[in-house]
Design a protein around this ligand. Structure first.
Ligand code: AHG
Ligand code: MN
Ligand code: MN
Length: 339
């Protein structure tokens, strides 16, 4: 019987509904929000999968608030997210990598209780070369109580996120998310347009299979970072006997591989400026929540990414993320070099 193998045929929709039953008081508002994010990413996926065929490749000819060349797909993905979510009553406001200011909505009493932050298209410099890219999202419950959200609703530490996730547009499109009860992955079946549960309760394997960093920046790293990187890559003993290097240049792809295979990704600070490249609110806080929910962790070298108190929407911080053992070893190298 064709349905015999489908006894546990779980979709993103049914998984969200099942998670909702854990909150008897829930009216399904949060579930609808997650479902809409799923829809937005299916639309983006359909564009990414045909990028070479429709006019979405290449540069937009504009520069975003980050001072980075916008790719056409950056702009398109941003518009898709806004159009799919912007009207939803539970969303009080949203922030996106592609726009300087956050967008605030005036909602009726009892609505607008969430703010969402997005990196609509992560790793977009890879688009023209057909390399995996992604979308990253982070959801906070508002802390302000007025008719419109305030900046402090967005500037919350990552440990207060109510949900976080990403979609990776790779050889298949996969939706990976957590609401604080484990990390679960859903693979898009393009024939039926549904995300199907394919990776329930993902746990990062306790082995450092991959070391992932942009080595062209090595000379800019501080001593502790250099010593850590050399130790992992060149000690060739014990835990690091078989470490391999992989770096895709798309956070979602590098993180996703390490989540499934085990390993550590780092984008350290430039020793001169002390600044990192990756953005806290809509890149690092969401993946740090996923890392911790899967048994790993994420640090800026001194503290948990999830404990950092944000000061601005597009704030950049250094990061080391992946297996707990490697992240803690990094912090030790940094401490020793600063003593
Ligand atoms: P985005 O495309 O959203 O700007 O993100 C790109 C980020 C991240 O995805 C990746 O890990 C990093 O930039 C790569 O930076 P380098 O090209 O400097 O290595
Ligand atoms: Mn990004
Ligand atoms: Mn981006």
């Amino acid at each position: 019987m064709i349905t015999s193998g489908w006894k546990d045929f779980e979709t993103l929709e049914s998984h969200i509904a099942r998670e909702q039953t854990m909150h008897p008081e829930s009216r399904g508002v949060f579930s609808n929000l997650l479902r809409r994010i799923g829809l937005a990413t299916k639309i983006i996926s359909s564009k990414v999968q045909r990028a070479g065929l429709v006019d979405v490749l290449g540069k937009e000819g504009a520069v975003n608030v980050q001072g980075e060349e916008q790719m056409k797909l950056d702009v398109l993905a941003n518009e898709v997210v806004k159009a799919t979510l912007g009207w939803m009553p539970p969303i009080g406001g949203f922030g996106t990598e592609e726009e300087e200011q956050v967008t605030l909505f005036e909602r009726h009493e009892g609505e607008g209780q969430y703010v969402v932050m997005f990196d609509p298209l992560d790793g977009s410099s890879n688009i023209d070369a057909n390399v995996s890219v992604g979308t990253i999202f982070s959801i906070h419950r508002r802390i302000s109580t007025g008719p419109k959200p305030e900046l402090r609703d967005f500037l919350q530490p990552g440990h207060r996120q109510v949900a976080a996730g990403y979609v990776i547009y790779g050889s298949s499109t996969m939706f990976v998310y957590t609401t604080g009860r484990g990390v679960h992955g859903f693979t898009l079946d393009p024939e039926i347009g549904e995300y199907i549960l394919s990776h329930e309760n993902i746990r990062i394997p306790d082995r450092c299979h991959c070391f992932s960093s942009n080595d062209s920046n090595y000379s800019k790293w501080d001593e502790g970072t250099k010593k850590f990187a050399d130790h992992i890559r060149y000690s060739k003993q014990g835990r690091y006997a078989n470490v391999t290097s992989r770096y895709i240049g798309s956070l979602v792809s590098d993180f996703h591989r390490n989540l499934l295979y085990g390993g550590v990704f780092m984008y350290p600070a430039d020793a001169k400026t002390g600044k990192g490249k990756l953005r806290l609110l809509y890149e690092l806080a969401p993946v740090a929540m996923l890392a911790e929910q899967a048994g790993g962790t994420a640090s800026d070298g001194k503290q948990r990414i999830l404990d950092i108190q944000p000061t601005e929407v597009h704030q950049r911080v250094p990061v080391v993320i992946g297996n707990k053992e490697e992240v803690e070893l990094y912090e030790e190298f940094v401490r020793k070099c600063q003593e």
